[in-house]
Design a protein around this ligand. Sequence first.
Ligand code: FDA
Length: 309
Amino acid sequence: MVRSALLGASHSDRLRLAVERFPLTRNLVERYVAGTEQADAVRVAGDLVDDGLTVTIDHLGEDTLDRSQATAVAQAYVSLLEAVQKNEFGADVEVSVKLSAVGQALPGDGEAIALDNARQICQAAADAGTTVTLDMENHTTTDSTLGILRELRQDFPSTGAVLQAYLRRTEADCRDLAHEGSRVRLCKGAYNEPESVAFQDRGEVDRSYVRCMKVLFGGEGYPMIATHDPRLVEIAGSLAARHRREQGSYEYQMLYGIRPREQRRLVRAGEKVRVYVPYGQEWYGYLVRRLAEKPANLAFFLRSVASKK
Ligand code: FDA
């Protein structure tokens, strides 16, 4: 219930303003977000690469309802990728893009606008010698996002997809995408979804995650195992061994600020690990989803707010 209420709050403008005004919540924001500026993201990415990790950078923002804002987000990505090129990060630093931030939800020709903006981002990534992964948002966008992915892959075949294990459809989507050259990030899923389309029970979501991993590791593609769940990380390792996959023919992914010691332990064990690093002004929706995942974070957040009163 707490999770649903929090995820509902991710759309509340009033709560957003209240949170933004509390300086004491800044610690929590800084734990999960590199900073508000491109330079912050580039600096954090460089530090992580120095530690042997790889990175995917997310320019925060979603649900853009204004065409000029969608263009501005695409330009921010292009500028970020120019910085990636300048720093010679190559494929160690890629980007993650939410299609709703580049126009997908605009009325009328939103999908075409998002595709056009995403193409510009993919071209800038190709110029920088790196890749793009399309984040997955709520279930009403899944078909549209996979459609845009198919279009993008015609010119930029390394464009990655995200699939969410909590959706009932995802095992079938994994089968469709487990082909050669296909990069698929598998996560549990972070949105508030109805029972008709998504497993509600955590155990059921975990079992779906394992079934999906079996499909991805058994296929020809490049699995990207995005979870902090120790049991799933262990099962991923066993599946990689069972399918005789060499380290580097798949990767682990975790969020910036979550289980950083585990990220480095995996690197020391020879695994490829990519850290998802968000930056930008629009950190509110992202932060609320992280709070919904971990009750201890919520307690910390509420204590900060209470101590300010
Ligand atoms: P789970 O939530 O069960 O957590 C397992 C353990 O991890 C916890 O017990 C705790 O120890 C630790 N942990 C997890 N969350 C934490 C937190 N917020 N703070 C502190 N500790 C925490 N979702 C989506 O819908 N679309 C997307 O495109 C993406 N993209 C994405 C990229 C990457 C790289 C990652 C890692 C995740 C995503 N997600 C996502 C989010 C994902 O769907 C999911 O909500 C979170 O990863 C949390 O799920 P876990 O698999 O970590 O398990």
